[in-house]
Ligand binder design. Structure first.
Ligand code: ZZB
Length: 397
């Protein structure tokens, strides 16, 4: 762990002088002359007569910024409310770029959580939850493909938890995802999850589920060995018509009896399930993942390099040119249908919106950040221009 003190020492400042930086004004006096000398030695041509210090150390600058904000407030451009923010649970505050050890520039990523209901009577591993509505919650970026779900993937070695949410329902996901949800007002106590059960993926194999929009009445949880623990909820819904990873993994479970036997998966849970045509991509067809996996000769779910090529082929074209073939939004382009179907499922209670950092963010104190809904002041996007500070050309947001 590198502390600020070490960084200052590495700049050649002695311990006695480092102490003086506890006064924030000292920074303003110490560094600008040094920066000026460095810039001069680089030969940068600057008119130094025009240099000045920002912040309230400079009362003229301070009143300029106050004037801007007062005007924006009068015009009701400044708002207060809950917003999704990268947040450190340990520090109990948002973590902005300069507070981070890793993950500079990383923002929140929104997923749709598909509520896959565990069919009653609950399986043995979940029997202590009897009386509750229990859901495996799958994180997806493709809500419009839910018509083609054939199964749900879990990693046999990943640890999952079951925890109650405000509605009285019980969700199953990884602990990391549950913590993000707890900071997004999913649970009754902000930032806290109450763990009802710890479960390993292998204990949850072959569980019968009811999933929204799919034409299959019941689908089952099956093992997938490429699920990442640090992404989404660790629960992945499977759409083999459009997701090459899903097609390859489903084919593995369908072909390999030994794999099914290892996890207690019966033939009925797998063999009747075929990819369903739900999206037509001009030039590729209506089972794009199947076509792509065949074309690139993807051998199994572990064939990383070929799967990458297959995904590349389906992803972009699917988004920009794909046309939906089923449901009330049939005939619409994927880009348009995506938000509409997401909205329909959220309104009907079949899905919820969830966010997490796009990539891992750790603070300087070593904490792993989440996305939290926090109360904050913010500036409406339309007024961002007005906030560009002309003297320094910075966007003060
Ligand atoms: C349904 C679906 C249908 C998906 C499709 C993809 C596609 P990306 O874009 O690489 O970030 N996913 C979610 N969580 C995990 C995890 N922990 N480990 C592995 N895979 C995970 O991938 C986002 C997609 O990865 C999500 O959207 C989910 O699968 C899966 F037709 O849900 B998707 C060409 C992809 N098509």
């Amino acid at each position: 762990m590198t502390y600020q003190w070490d960084i200052m020492r590495s700049l050649g400042i002695n311990d006695h002088d480092i102490r003086k930086f506890t006064d924030p004004q000292h920074w303003l006096e110490y560094f600008p002359p040094l920066a000026k000398e460095d810039l001069k030695s680089l030969g940068v041509r600057v008119d130094w007569r025009r240099s000045f210090i920002t912040t309230d150390a400079n009362p003229y600058y301070d009143s300029f910024v106050r004037w801007q904000f007062t005007k924006l407030k009068e015009r009701k451009k400044i708002k207060f409310g809950k917003r999704h923010t990268i947040f450190s649970p340990l520090e109990g505050q948002p973590s902005m770029d300069h507070d981070r050890a890793t993950g500079e520039g990383v923002g929140p990523q929104e997923y749709t959580l598909i509520k896959m209901k565990v069919v009653e009577p609950l399986p043995k591993s979940l029997s202590s939850l009897a009386g509750h509505l229990v859901f495996l919650v799958a994180a997806t970026l493709r809500p419009e493909t839910m018509y083609g779900q054939t199964n749900c993937w879990l990693h046999p070695d990943i640890n999952y938890i079951a925890f109650p949410v405000k509605t009285g329902e019980v969700f199953i996901s990884t602990t990391r995802a549950a913590l993000n949800m707890a900071y997004q007002d999913f649970t009754s106590e902000y930032g806290k999850t109450q763990v009802l059960l710890h479960l390993k993926g292998e204990e949850l194999m072959g569980v019968a589920l009811k999933a929204p929009l799919t034409s299959y009445d019941v689908i089952y949880t099956l093992p997938m060995l490429t699920i990442k623990e640090d992404k989404g909820t660790g629960v992945v819904t499977s759409v083999p018509s459009d997701a090459p990873d899903d097609y390859a993994a489903l084919r593995d479970v369908q072909k390999k009896k030994a794999l099914r036997d290892k996890f207690g998966i019966t033939n009925e849970m797998v063999l009747p399930y075929k990819p369903v045509p739900i999206i037509d991509i001009p030039g590729i067809g209506n089972l794009s993942a199947v076509t792509a996996c065949d074309q690139f000769k993807v051998s199994s779910q572990n064939d990383k390099s070929q799967l990458e090529k297959a995904k590349e082929m389906t992803y972009l074209k699917g988004f920009y040119e794909g046309v939906l073939l089923v449901g009330p939004h049939s005939g619409k382009k994927v880009q348009e249908a995506k938000k509409l179907i997401q909205g329909d499922m959220v309104a009907s209670g079949e899905a919820v919106l969830y966010q997490e950092p796009e990539r891992s963010v750790t603070t300087r104190s070593g904490d792993q950040c989440v996305v939290a809904l926090t109360n904050q002041w913010w500036v409406g996007p339309s007024s961002l221009r007005a906030l560009t500070c002309y003297p320094c050309q910075h966007l003060h947001t």
